[in-house]
Design a protein around this ligand. Sequence first.
Ligand SMILES: *Cc1c(COP(=O)(O)O)cnc(C)c1O
Length: 383
Amino acid sequence: MPSAAPPPADRGGEGADAVLLTPGPLTTRPETRAAMDRDWGSRDPSFIALTAAVRRRLLALANAGDAFTCVPLQGSGTFAVEAQLGTLVPRDGHLLILVGGAYGRRMVEICRRMGRAHGVLETDETVPPTAAALAERLATEPAISDVALVHCETTTGILNPLSELATAVAESGRRLHVDAMSSFGGIPIDLGRLPLASLAASANKCLEGAPGVGFVIARTDHLASCAASAHAVSLDLHAQWAGLEANGQWRFTPPTQVLAALDHALDALEAEGGVAGRFARYWETCRTLVDGMRGLGFETLLEDAVQAPIIVTFRAPADPAWDFGAFYDRLAARGFVIYPGKLAQVESFRVGCIGAFRADTMARFVDAASAVLREMGVEMRAP
Ligand SMILES: *Cc1c(COP(=O)(O)O)cnc(C)c1O
């Protein structure tokens, strides 16, 4: 088996070795990619054991006790969210969705397509929702049975106050479903203390695995009561769970190599000191980025108090020489791939802090950005 090495001391070259400063798929360790270099029979005992181990390890990361189960699902993260909402929000339920960006809006679209009754509590993209506003809404709308929210809204990089919001939902007697896609594995989530009904995440963000598999961690008693609730055969989390519990096998072709990479990525996470160790590394990388870019004259979209150490949104400079496409291309030529903005109102771009690289790599990114801005003649970096 490949070893679980700590993140390489420095990353970044051209072409295939580019550092992905994106929210996933992202830069992975060579050892994680090497773990995919074999074939697995999906019904073979070795793959059944691998699946069981990964399910157990994901539960342990969230300190999920016996009350929870982990159900992996083929596909990208959105498949897991669609399966989560479709299976765990009852057909006659009513879901309140907290919306503060594109991923909250995606949950609204999922409910609209499924025909599940839902409402929206929308906040400005730069301001997290408050527990007080949520509690008030829950008190005035008795029809609401379930609540869904995004932990870190990757649209901006904002961190929502999960603990306070979860308490408000629990005190009102509703169930809470969380999209923890861009936080799970990078920001501590303690299901021993947080009263959640479920959370969804995927292999290719803070877990630093390969893309192709998502998972939902759910309270087993609730999941067990959701037979035939799902709107789609392939996204039926109850059936997926029942199949895995019955014989350890996936119902349909599993992403075998991706699961092997995830198992290796979990070794690497452990070797790094678990979620706490990774959280510390991401913060160091994030601070290097924010301090460095502010030093160049850029402004962040968010105030520091609400910034998660996952991805940072910068406002586009006002200088007429600014051109995101040119900035992107020149950085890519220097081995750094960034991400466009996703905001309706403000021109912006994003830089991810997650992936298998360290703060020294981010410092080199800031140097590269500085050089590229000089080449482009962008002098005014404030918006
Ligand atoms: C990445 C992400 C998703 C899922 O996106 P996919 O492209 O389907 O993997 C969902 N929610 C959040 C908050 C995300 O960051």
